[in-house]
Design a protein around this ligand. Structure first.
Ligand code: SF4
Length: 66
């Protein structure tokens, strides 16, 4: 079973906390729109993704089982 990163864009306030933790996964563009560059949780990104879930001040990031 794989796990997927989901951002609730209605909650996200584009403060860039997640990008500061793991820019390989989260990217804010010049219009302050957040892009999820890889939406699969992998052994390589899992620690940073979970840290982003914990630290997102809007609790906008979740990890869902597929
Ligand atoms: S940390 Fe949360 S609120 Fe901030 S940009 Fe990332 S998803 Fe949006």
């Amino acid at each position: 079973m794989s796990q997927k990163i989901v951002v609730d864009f209605g909650l996200c306030e584009s403060n860039g906390v997640c990008m500061g933790i793991i820019p390989e996964v989260f990217d804010l563009d010049e219009d302050d729109y957040l892009h999820v560059l890889q939406d699969e949780v992998t052994p390589e990104n899992e620690q940073g993704v979970r840290e982003s879930v914990r630290q997102c001040p809007r609790q906008a990031i979740s990890i869902v089982d597929e």
